[in-house]
Structures are given as C-alpha cells and as structure tokens.
Design a protein around this ligand. Sequence first.
Ligand SMILES: Nc1ncnc2c1ncn2[C@@H]1O[C@H](COP(=O)(O)OP(=O)(O)O)[C@@H](O)[C@H]1O
Ligand SMILES: O=C(O)C1=C[C@@H](OP(=O)(O)O)[C@@H](O)[C@H](O)C1
Ligand SMILES: [Mg+2]
Length: 169
Amino acid sequence: MKNIFLVGMPSSGKSTLGKRLARHLAYRFVDTDKLIVREENGRSINAIFQSDGEPYFREVESRVLHTIQPNSRLVVATGGGMPCFFENMAFIKANGFSIFLDVSPEHLLDRMLRHAQDDRPLFNRQDPTLLKNLRQKYNDRRIYYTQADLIVPGEIAVEELSKQIEGYL
Ligand SMILES: Nc1ncnc2c1ncn2[C@@H]1O[C@H](COP(=O)(O)OP(=O)(O)O)[C@@H](O)[C@H]1O
Ligand SMILES: O=C(O)C1=C[C@@H](OP(=O)(O)O)[C@@H](O)[C@H](O)C1
Ligand SMILES: [Mg+2]
C-alpha cells in the first residue's frame, strides 16, 4: 500500500483534503508541519522561523520527511515549501504516489484572507504585496510541484480523487 503525498502551495488544501482522503481510503494521516512541531518539543512553525530562521526550519523539515517509511498506508500532507528544498521531491517520488493540488495565486489569496487563523511566516495576511509574493512563489515552485505523479485542481472532491488514484496504489 503506497503512501500518498500531497504537495502544493500553502492554503491549497493539503491538510484539509489529506485528512478526508485518508478517512475515505482507511489510510493513516500525517501532516509534516505537525511532525516538525513535535520534533521541536511543541514550538510552533512561526516560533521556529522567528528564533532559528528558515534554513534551520528546512533542515528539520527534510529530516522529518526522511522518517517516513515506504508502503506505510499513509496520506502525507507536506508543507508548501518542502518539495523545493534539498532532494525532498525525489524522496517523495521514491516513497509513494504524489499529487499536486493546483490552486491559482488569486484563489490562494482569497482563502488566506478569509481564514484568519492561517497565518504563515512566509505569507503575511497584512502584507499588501501578498498576491505578488504568492505569484512569485507559485511560479518558482511549479517546477518542483509538477514533478508529482498526478496534478489535480485543489477544489477536487475526495470521491473523484480516490477514483483517479485507485489504480496506482
Ligand atoms: N477545497 C477548498 N475550497 C475552499 N477552501 C478550502 C478548500 N480546502 C481547504 N480550504 C481552506 O483553506 C485553508 C487552508 O487549507 P489547508 O488544508 O490548511 O491548506 P494547506 O495545508 O495546503 O496549507 C483552510 O482554512 C481550509 O478550510
Ligand atoms: O510554503 C511554505 O514555505 C510553508 C508552508 C507551510 O505549510 P502549509 O503549506 O501547510 O501552509 C509551513 O510548512 C511553513 O509555514 C512554510
Ligand atoms: Mg498544511
């Protein structure tokens, strides 16, 4: 039973859809951001970025990814930047079936502005250049995200997604 990795921009729905998909397939669910917080004794993602900076965060992120064993019947919601650092995308591809949830920067902005609890260190909801930042990151990161085995729109229903992947698992 191959693992399933969800990749894509922050707010593309990896954590939300990932939980639903896991329930639907009777897989376990993990969110790599949650694994990082656990590894850091409960420090939040924001706190890690603030006190130790992004390079430190990326090291921990990659370490946590490499603890995932192949064929563990897991749905893994990755952090938005994870596939874009080190050889993380190659690891993801070697250890499961990967899905890119593709959501446009405009829709991401809309979601971020709507959900006040979703503050992320690299994407500040108060920042007037947030859309520009999202477009830039989306363009820079697509080269990694599009290496996924399957690309689907972020709005996809869990039943439809399950149908599309059943032959691959
Ligand atoms: N398909 C969807 N349509 C609209 N909003 C969504 C959808 N999926 C998730 N959201 C909302 O967008 C926000 C970010 O979702 P989340 O699953 O945390 O994304 P990610 O893990 O990719 O950063 C959440 O507040 C969530 O409720
Ligand atoms: O895009 C990024 O670089 C990040 C996305 C976040 O995860 P989500 O994609 O789940 O928001 C989290 O890992 C951290 O804030 C960095
Ligand atoms: Mg998430």
